[in-house]
Write a protein that binds this ligand. Structure first.
Ligand SMILES: [Zn+2]
Length: 328
């Protein structure tokens, strides 16, 4: 059965330029859009434009207002980096980071209004490393965290799950919700001893009222489909079903793929699709199907475009010809 799936994107997401040779480059999004158009899938999706207005208050609901100003000023002054060397910026970066937040807000609202059943947000810059008052790891505003807060505050949801399968631990997302039992944060990532940012150990389980609502499943280098699927199915899913989320958010990074240049994992397209299938089933079982994926990492352009196409085919209930046929 096909369902209406939303695709949040905007050409202006190409305008955030973190500098020559930066892996988080505009070509990532170009590759995704080109492939979706070429495959014809683009025409089957509901294209959702990002919000232009009313976005800043939601960023302020998650990030330090002084930090937000500082980022805006760094762009106005045409600085080339912000806070840390890996957070390259240009004069448009603040505006485009706000537009990325506007994208996830538009996607979340479209799902809550029933305009689409689920959605994928092809936005950049990514967000899951962004802390309350700190830019890190190519991230400035924590898109997925802001979407979660929007769902809690604007729509009165009581339980939102964030599943982060980017190869890197989502330190920002974990820290923003570690004391909040309304948000269950589950991350599958490469062992922090071997991979940026060095957080996300099993012993990090949340704190205070949020204790038990953070679940880190670090995997050793060169883990593949079976390792990821076993961790998600045996450890992650039972906890997610106990939590019974009313909305499922995925921090969808595709940099755990075996051909990605930034880490050392061995996932394939099949592995990603199988994880997506489990989470879609979870959303159907506990959240009336409400699921939104937000792009994080993924730095091999061909792999990224293939994985996003597979994921959108899965979300929209379309045949996964390419994924099933490929051994990539
Ligand atoms: Zn990553």
């Amino acid at each position: 059965m096909t369902v209406t799936t939303g695709l949040v994107t905007d050409e202006r997401y190409l305008l955030h330029d973190p500098g020559t040779w930066h892996p988080e480059r505009p070509d990532r999004l170009k590759a995704i859009i080109k492939q979706l158009k070429f495959s014809g899938l683009w025409n089957e999706l509901t294209i959702i434009p990002p919000w232009e207005e009313g976005v800043l208050p939601w960023v302020e609901a998650v990030h330090d207002p002084a930090y937000i100003r500082r980022f805006e000023q760094a762009c106005q002054k045409k600085q080339s980096i912000f806070m840390v060397p890996d957070c390259g910026i240009c004069d448009r970066s603040y505006e485009i980071a706000l537009l990325a937040v506007g994208g996830v807000l538009a996607g979340a609202e479209a799902i809550m209004q029933g305009e689409v059943a689920n959605a994928f947000c092809a936005v950049r810059p990514p967000g899951h490393h962004a802390e309350y008052n700190r830019a890190m790891g190519f991230c400035f505003f924590n898109n997925v965290a802001i979407a979660a807060v929007y769902l809690l505050k604007q729509h009165g949801l009581e339980r939102v799950a964030i599943v982060d399968w980017d190869v890197h631990h989502g330190n920002g997302t974990q820290h923003l919700f570690e004391a909040d039992p309304r948000v269950f944060y589950l991350s599958l990532h490469e062992d922090p001893d071997y991979c940026y940012p060095g957080t996300g150990r099993r012993k990090e389980k949340g704190r205070g009222p949020g204790e038990g609502y953070t679940l880190n499943l670090p995997l050793p280098p060169r883990s593949g489909d079976e390792d990821y699927l076993e961790a998600l199915e045996k450890e992650g899913l039972p906890r997610l079903y106990d939590f019974a989320p009313q909305f499922v958010l995925i921090s969808a990074g595709f940099d755990a793929h075996r051909l990605d240049p930034l880490a050392h994992q061995n996932l394939t397209r099949r592995g990603y699709t199988a994880m997506g299938r489990m989470l879609l089933k979870l959303a159907q079982d506990t959240a009336r199907g409400r699921l939104m994926s937000v792009l994080e990492g993924g730095y091999n352009l061909e792999v990224l475009a293939d994985c996003v196409e597979d994921h959108l085919r899965l979300l929209s209930g379309r045949e996964l010809k390419r994924a099933e046929a490929a051994e990539a």
